[in-house]
Design a protein around this ligand. Structure first.
Ligand SMILES: C[S@@+](CC[C@H](N)C(=O)[O-])C[C@H]1O[C@@H](n2cnc3c(N)ncnc32)[C@H](O)[C@@H]1O
Length: 241
């Protein structure tokens, strides 16, 4: 499986981008991260407070500064980027090495572009690894994030309405379902994350799909046309008296 997919540098916007290729779909356009795309610029211009992922974490713009959200399924980083634009401190964790290579490259180009425009840097970091390992490291270092975001791509996910064209989406699905073996189930991960945050855990689901956990279930769902955002409260045990 590992030979089917590979990343390679392609010329892009007077520099280069790390792009994903699929040997079984040789005619397909390369997939890469572009935080400066026209589509994301448009979303950014309109203000990101109305973005569902931002709404799902619930804090007002003033309350967000310095609050850490760990995106434990960063993928190509769009949701993490929107949260960082909204003013959160974001740590984006990605466990697939090929996806991480694209994410890190896109993040670097975006940071360089902001610097070139004289814009302040975002509080946005990317890290390779398993979400729960990174949460454990944060706890060991004495930091509890405000929120955890989880959008792991489920087997039952609908294929419509995604930001990538359908063929490219199919390549990503084949890559992710073909190479990630083992690890915690989404439900196990979620139970763990609820005991780590001080605010909330948000899980993205296809519209109409049932929550990942029913016991304890989400306290709310923000439902959009293609995705729903289940909100689970913090379940940190109170300190012993
Ligand atoms: C559907 S994509 C996420 C898309 C992302 N929200 C975006 O805006 O681009 C899911 C990604 O999460 C990663 N992932 C899933 N479970 C993970 C975990 N426990 N730790 C780290 N990464 C994980 C997968 O490798 C995959 O790249």
């Amino acid at each position: 499986m590992s030979e089917r997919f590979y990343v390679e540098s392609v010329p892009f916007a007077e520099t280069a981008a790390v792009a994903l290729f699929d040997r079984e779909r040789p005619k397909q356009n390369p997939i890469f991260v572009d935080f400066e795309s026209a589509q994301l610029k448009f979303r950014r211009r309109g203000g990101v407070d109305g973005e569902m992922v931002v709404k799902s974490f619930g804090l007002s713009p003033r309350e967000r500064a310095g609050r850490l959200i760990v995106d434990c399924s960063a993928g190509l980083g769009t949701d993490a980027y929107l949260l960082a634009l909204a003013g959160y401190r974001v740590l984006a964790v990605e466990r697939n090495p090929l996806v991480f290579a694209m994410l890190q490259d896109g993040w670097r180009r975006m940071s360089d572009a902001r610097t070139a425009r004289g814009e302040p840097g975002l509080e946005f970091r990317v890290v390779a690894g398993e979400g729960s390992d990174v949460l454990r490291e944060l706890l060991a270092a004495g930091e509890r994030p405000y929120g955890v975001y989880f959008d792991p791509m489920f087997e039952d996910e609908s294929k419509k309405g995604k930001s990538l064209p359908r063929k490219e989406m199919a390549t990503l699905r084949d890559l992710l379902f073909g190479t990630v073996i083992g690890g915690q189930s989404p439900a196990e991960f979620l139970r763990y994350a609820m005991g780590v945050v001080i605010g909330r855990v948000v899980v993205k689901r296809p519209t109409g799909a049932p929550p990942v956990l029913l016991e304890p279930g989400p306290v709310n769902r923000i439902e959009g046309k293609v995705a729903g955002y289940d909100i689970y409260p913090c379940r940190v045990a109170p300190p012993r008296q």
